[in-house]
Design a protein around this ligand. Sequence first.
Ligand code: THU
Length: 135
Amino acid sequence: MAISEAVLDTLKRRAREAAAHAYAPYSGFAVGAAVLTDGGEIHSSTNVENASFGLSNCAERNAIFQAVAHGARKLAALAVYTPTPDATMPCGACRQVLAEFGADAIVVCCTDDGAREQRFALVELLPAAFGPASL
Ligand code: THU
């Protein structure tokens, strides 16, 4: 079923609010993410960096893991917010993690400028993905 614009607005707002809590002292690049579960719940998170740079986690994966840790197993949408001129695309690792729980999910990449918003089906961002159905 299609997700309403009102719900997507809420999802984007939650992603934007999460970005305010970014812990990104090394890159200075704040990201917020929010996921919508098939039950209509929203979980949000931000990127969390580490002095050992490789241990940093993206906002998207933190939000997905939080949803799963709260019992969700199917995700319908992911919003990614950055306070940048252009929308930010989820990295490859986050696309793979989303495929595990949201093969049919839509991905909304947004900024403060609504005209810059970009929307994709996950399958466009990660075609021919390896996933649970491959095992
Ligand atoms: N980052 C995300 O949180 N999500 C993305 O989609 C791209 C990158 C974070 C990781 C790191 O904290 C910072 O942005 C710079 O790469």
